[in-house]
Write a protein that binds this ligand. Structure first.
Ligand code: COA
Length: 172
């Protein structure tokens, strides 16, 4: 599998992408809106699961690496976790190394992922849970035709404080 935009190449996670996986999950700025920094054992477990072959009925996450075409440098990760038949829904996630934030890469990478999930895999509904206040995440979803469907109050414990989640949805 390979997705492409003007500036980016997006491909399946491979064993050699462990350094990127580690860097993203240990990037304090990047993880500030996601979770606590996972410990090494937890990260190894997640990485192994992400390497499993993915089909749209899989329980585990599809994990993709985003790299810049110009430099070949890996800059972030995209994820998609399906709720298969009969729901036809998939939850997306994304995290880019903080040094690459604010350059339009997030919005650009999300576009072909959405197309792939809706039109190649055949999902009916894409969802994203965003911690309330994560405006850059909200903005890239809105730029990719997601609409705010509601707020889940105290939906996750982030660094010792309960946080609301915005639920964003895009329908086929
Ligand atoms: C969320 C993330 C993927 C966005 O990627 P990015 O490449 O930085 O985003 P882009 O540069 O494409 O777009 C960011 C948009 O948010 C806007 N933005 C940034 N901070 C903002 C703020 N405080 N208020 C309002 N808008 C803001 C920018 O202006 C830009 O919008 P524009 O294109 O209309 O100017 C990236 O910041 C990231 O990896 N964050 C850490 C992990 C994370 O939060 N993941 C999401 C979990 S739901």
């Amino acid at each position: 599998m390979r997705l492409e935009t003007d500036r980016l190449l997006i491909t399946l996670l491979k064993p050699e992408n462990w350094p990127l996986f580690l860097r993203v999950h240990q990037d304090e700025q990047c993880m500030a809106w996601v979770s606590a920094i996972p410990d090494d054992e937890e990260l190894q477990k997640r990485f192994s699961e992400c390497l499993l072959p993915w089909f749209f009925t899989s329980d585990h996450m599809l994990c993709l690496v985003v790299r810049q075409k110009k430099t070949g440098e890996a800059i972030g990760l995209l994820g998609a976790t399906a709720e298969g038949y009969p729901y036809c829904q998939v939850e997306i996630g994304y995290a880019f190394l903080s040094q690459f934030h604010g350059q339009g890469f997030g919005s650009e990478a999300l576009a072909p992922l959405c197309e792939y999930l809706l039109h190649h895999c055949g999902f009916h509904k894409l969802t994203a849970h965003v911690v309330e206040g994560n405006w850059s995440s909200r903005r890239i979803l809105e730029k990719n035709s997601f609409l705010l469907e509601g707020v889940l109050r105290d939906n996750r414990l982030l660094r010792g404080r309960w946080k609301n989640d915005w639920v964003f949805v895009r329908l086929r």
